[in-house]
Write a protein that binds this ligand. Structure first.
Ligand code: 3PG
Length: 320
């Protein structure tokens, strides 16, 4: 797998659980719990003696799962991890020896950085994805926002102190590629084999990551007259009329279509943090994107699209 493919998966999945496992016999079940929760990737840290064997077992049982190694603090450990099947290497700090070993062997590597100087070191090695660790202690999203100025080309995998509550802040940050953390795979959950709980925490994290929120309801009317008629009625409720070319908005929450648009009855517009990521999330739930409805912003990112599948006669519209 090349860097581009790997980073695409990181971005789309958006969450990389940071695992510290003490008993390699539990590795397969843990992997399954994460996959069932919609997160088919993990960073297994060399903080425990079982890491190497756990990586081997996870990758053998679930070859489609993206398993990498974390807390790789030297080149010898990187080699061990790769021999066990790790597809990427993560380290808490920036060790040139580890980075050089990985680059030499064509293994994707994401070293940790905490300062602009370390980011520059990463850039000198041609690395565009770096781990921002320990994220919360370093200033969290505020620090990331400040780093986006001078280092616009760098994307971060952020870990350290992130949980389901502050996750949305990171999900909104444009220079965060993926969010890592141990909150859904805590040691005691693994120890007590609470696989359902781990699956539930993974699912909860994936939902939180999207930030899906209903922003307006589009109602299909026969024609412009019918839309105006409906607008006068909604105005009686105190809603403000905003006349547009193809529709009339009532406040910002109801869109009256001047001709039938997508959906038998209309559409439901949902805002999300990152449309590309949410398309991936919805695909896993059986939705497909209606390609001819995709519109891009100046940066080439999707700003709106519709899904092919309707819910209750309403088309699903994603907006940023
Ligand atoms: C890491 O190695 O990335 C961190 O230890 C994960 O941080 P967390 O345990 O605070 O999620």
């Amino acid at each position: 797998m090349n860097n581009e493919e790997l980073f695409r998966i990181f971005h789309d999945t958006g969450i990389v659980p940071v695992v510290a496992i003490n008993d390699a016999n539990k590795a397969e079940k843990l992997a399954k719990a994460m996959i069932d929760g919609g997160i088919p990737c993990a960073e297994v840290t060399f903080r425990t003696a079982a890491a190497e064997e756990a990586i081997r077992r996870m990758t053998q049982a679930y070859p489609e799962m993206l398993v990498g190694a974390g807390t790789v603090i030297n080149a010898a450990l990187a080699e061990k991890a790769v021999m066990a099947g790790a597809k990427f290497i993560v380290s808490p700090g920036f060790n040139p020896e580890t980075v050089e070993w990985c680059l030499h062997h064509n293994i994707p590597v994401v070293p940790g950085v905490a300062t602009p100087s370390e980011i520059e070191k990463g850039l000198a090695y041609g690395l565009k994805v770096l781990k921002f660790f320990p994220a919360e202690a370093l200033g969290g999203v505020n620090m990331l926002k400040n780093l986006a100025g001078p280092f616009g080309q760098v994307k971060f995998m952020t870990t350290g102190g992130i949980n389901v509550n502050n996750l949305p802040d990171y999900a909104k940050a444009a220079n965060v590629l993926a969010i890592g953390g141990s909150w859904m795979v805590k040691g005691d959950l693994i120890e007590n084999e609470e696989w359902d709980k781990i699956t539930a925490l993974c699912k909860e994290a994936m939902v939180k990551l999207q930030g899906l929120e209903l922003v307006h309801v589009g109602i299909n009317l026969k024609n412009a007259d019918a839309a105006s008629g409906a607008a006068s009625e909604f105005a009686k409720l105190g809603m403000v009329i905003n006349e547009g070319n193809s529709s009339i908005f009532m406040d910002k929450s109801i869109e009256l279509m001047k001709a039938p648009g997508l959906g038998a009855n209309g559409h439901l517009a949902f805002r999300c943090y990152d449309i590309e990521r949410t398309i991936y999330f919805l695909k896993l739930r059986g939705f497909t994107v209606k390609e001819d409805t995709i519109k891009y912003d100046a940066k080439g990112k999707i700003k709106v699209c519709y899904m092919n599948e309707e819910i209750g006669g309403f088309a699903i519209h994603l907006v940023k």
